[in-house]
Design a protein around this ligand. Structure first.
Ligand SMILES: Cc1ncc(COP(=O)(O)O)c(C=O)c1O
Length: 368
């Protein structure tokens, strides 16, 4: 298949650019104590994870959901997985226990509450397995994570005293600072966030608790957090494909991902409408950019249309192709079933986005 034959809307991967991103990141983590644990949620695609792991410097994979962990296990991508999120809700802890039952699968789960811990421990005890736990510490992002210091220490003690779970360490995601454009400010705010995590790790050690894992970091902070003494791994995901939001930062990764559309209409010289609307391209971090058309910009996305402002002299015509650079890769990828891997003008592969959507929903749809 040629690039020109791909039905639209469709997701394109610039394979050489992606490969350069993978190699740059692996090279960075080849030095020093800290390892990379690439976040699978960014792309949900086994073929990409295989390439990230093959490049080296990785401790395993990070993921956000039990669904993703199940895909990682089923595909045999790695035997070392961190679910960097709380596992709470019907049936989820039981599914983690099933994964832990596989002798060579080392699974760790983030926990920030006694309720979450109890659920996980019960599932582990029922299945006769041990589930690894990292205490999730809030380092400033108003999302999950127990307060740093004494509250986190108390939860770690509780983990250590609970049957069925094994305390492995801490995590703390500084998501509130990863996208700060000004480097000096990003560094200062990252240092503040990470001091909460590192001080808590010190408290655990002083208490005689194990703390082998101290996991943190994203694409915008990989070379800040990733060079801090005491941080053992970085959970960056977006670096591999990049998006227009991260492209504003001073980081050495290329945009390797776009949403291909076909021009449906050129009703006026100063605009066109293409078929890559917001059912094909997320907008939660702002409108996408237009790739490779001087002076073009997205005016707005609707369900099935991208309305694009054009310089009136532009030669773009009905039937032409137009690529958008999304502002956020994760939710864009989750809208599609496959990625088209492009090398030059050839489609080198069509890669299933195996962990997209919600597997258990699909299963209950089939079962009902
Ligand atoms: C827990 C966690 N770790 C790490 C990341 C890193 O992602 P990114 O590479 O997009 O900065 C994310 C992204 O949202 C996350 O939620």
């Amino acid at each position: 298949m040629k690039l020109s034959e791909i039905p639209t809307p469709a997701l394109l991967i610039d394979v050489p650019a992606m490969q350069r991103n993978i190699e740059r990141m692996a090279e960075f983590f080849a030095e020093g104590q800290c390892r990379l644990r690439p976040h699978f949620k960014a792309h949900k695609t086994p073929e990409i994870a295989r390439r990230q792991l093959a490049a080296g410097s990785c401790s395993g994979l990070t993921c956000a959901t039990v669904d993703e962990a199940e895909v990682i296990a089923a595909e045999g991508l790695t035997d070392d997985v961190l679910i960097a999120n709380q596992v709470v809700g019907p049936g989820k802890a039981i599914r983690v226990a099933k994964l832990a039952a596989s002798a060579d699968f080392d699974i760790k789960v983030a926990v920030d509450s006694e309720a979450g811990l109890a659920d996980l421990a019960q599932a582990a005890q029922d299945a006769g397995v041990e589930i690894g736990v990292v205490v999730d510490v809030n380092v400033g992002l108003p999302r999950c994570g127990i307060a740093h210091g004494e509250p986190a220490l108390a939860l770690a003690r509780k983990v250590e005293a609970t049957e069925g779970v094994t305390l492995r360490g801490l995590m703390g995601y500084e998501g509130h600072v990863v996208a700060i454009e000004d480097r000096a400010e990003r560094e200062a705010r990252t240092a503040k966030a990470m001091s909460r995590l590192l001080e808590t790790a010190q408290l655990l050690r002083e208490d005689g608790l194990p703390c082998d894992i101290v996991s943190a970091g994203g694409t915008g902070t990989y070379d800040i957090t990733g060079r801090m003494e005491g941080i053992t791994e970085i959970q960056a995901g977006s670096y591999v494909l990049m998006d227009s939001a991260y492209a504003k930062l001073d980081i050495p990764f290329e945009q390797a991902f776009s949403v291909l559309g076909t021009v449906l209409s050129r009703p006026r010289p100063e605009l066109c409408a293409a078929d890559n609307g917001h059912k094909a391209c997320s907008q939660d971090h702002g409108n996408p950019d237009v790739k490779g058309v001087d002076g073009a910009s997205v005016l707005f996305l609707s369900d099935e249309h991208a309305t694009i402002a054009l310089p009136p002299e532009s030669a773009i015509a009905v039937g032409d192709r137009i690529e958008l650079w999304p502002s956020h890769i994760d939710p864009t990828i989750n809208l599609h079933d496959v990625l088209y891997a492009i090398e030059g003008v050839e489609v080198a592969g069509v890669w299933p986005i195996s962990a997209r959507g919600y597997a258990e929903q699909r299963k209950s749809g089939r079962d009902s």
